[in-house]
Design a binder for this molecule. Sequence first.
Ligand code: GLY
Length: 563
Amino acid sequence: MNRVWLRWGMLLTMVTGAWAADPVAPGRRGMVATVQPVATQAGLDALKAGGNAVDAAIACALTLGVVDGHNSGLGGGAFMTLRLADGSLWALDGRETAPAAARTDLYLTNGTPDPRRSQDGALAVGVPGELALLAYASTNFGRLPMSRLLEAAARVASNGFALDRHYASRLDATRQELAAFPATRAIFLKPNGTPWQAGDRLVQTDLAASYRALAGTGPEWFYRGPFAQRTDAWMKANGGVLSAADFARYTVRVLDPVQGTYRGWEIVSFPPPSSGGVHVIEILNILENFDLRALGDRSPEFVHLVTEAMKRAFADRAHWLGDPDFAPVPMGLISKAYGQELARQIRRDRATGVSGSGVPPRATNEVFAGDISRHTTHFSTADAEGNWVACTASLNTSFGSKVVIPGTGILLNNHMDDFSIQPGIPNAFGLVGAAANAIAPGKRPLSSMSPTLLLRNGRPVLSVGAAGGPTIISQTLLAILRTVDFGQPPGDALRGPRFHHQWRPDELHVEAALGDTVIAALRALGHTVVVEPSLGAAQAVGIEAGALVGAADPRGEGSAAGW
Ligand code: GLY
């Protein structure tokens, strides 16, 4: 089985050597937290220029596409959860769509699935949605012209920036795949074919020109103009099926966030085609039936109960979840009654086998609505007016499909791999799926991205999300548990040891920081424990002592900044 998400987590620790000092920052007027200091600064600059939290998030996204381009960018997709100063809640879906020519057998050769074709090259690419999302957010909720934010990011691309150790390690790990595509190789590898090193300056002239073209002519350049046409031509010449017509059809979807409560706190998260919000709420509904606070957040009992809840939610994910425009996703998954039913199956004295998904109440007739009108990166912003943003963006695995359309500098995603290419065949994250997440023309692949807001008495207190495939759900969940049950401020909530169980494979992945005694106790309860140096990368903005506070994951090289 391919274990990209595990290698990714381990690599992060190997390259950093040790966790960075807490990158936590306070502020009263605005706050930004991202995985990359240049992107954090771009968000802060937008705030200081009179922008709101939405402008700051757009600035972060555009700049991350330059300085963290192996994770996200204009060639990928994103989800954004917003709580605006007027109290309104929004979920903007910029997830990729499958090309019109995509069929369920797209990755089968003589009936046998070939996951390499859904992960690298022309067929791996879905229609990118991040730009449409950012343009929608800017037009409807922002204050600064998006052209100004594009120009600022273009300057970073044309001036270049120093690669950090994490970026350099991703280049090294994917050098062979990158070398297969001439336009990609020309940017990310040196003329002698070796990858750029930490400290080298990466200049992206074509990407800067693309950003400037967008600043001049708007998203039409991308969806109906030169970029769509060049992509169409490249795909035709390289065995792809993505067409200019697919680009022209793309629209951002404006959805109702999925909402729940946990011990009276309000959860606002991302609905299908993300599985994130549904399963964060489903797991919280199960855990509400246990007194976690009494157990302590590093006890084997705590890890055991949360793991048992994760297993059941991920079994449901594999069966029920998909794009709601194509497959009915039962709302009963997030009902309190279903949470209680699943909680009753959990035994405190041993790990239990979970053979498959449950049957949530009213499974067939109350479903999530579709449109109502990693690898991956998460960033959070907030401002003093009460605008709060949680945004997770992704090309999928590192450098996505590895395809750069010549002359544009834009890397394209490989999010087609997030479909279930055949029932029971694991994707790059080891996730299995069913008919609900089968490929269909125009459909959006299931995601784990979970940009989430936590509110108390209607007021936002935490914006959080993560990168790292399915571990996104676990990381987001643990940050919420540590906030609500253990009263931890955002920096501590992200620092605490992480663990993850996704039902299949039946393995509990834990960070070594949990300690040998706890790990031995979990094994004694019957869990198959796999110990990892570190898991994932989460960012958060919250409230501490009445002021805003930002926190970047101490496992990475990100930063928070406020003013
Ligand atoms: N690219 C990972 C996800 O969307 O879940």
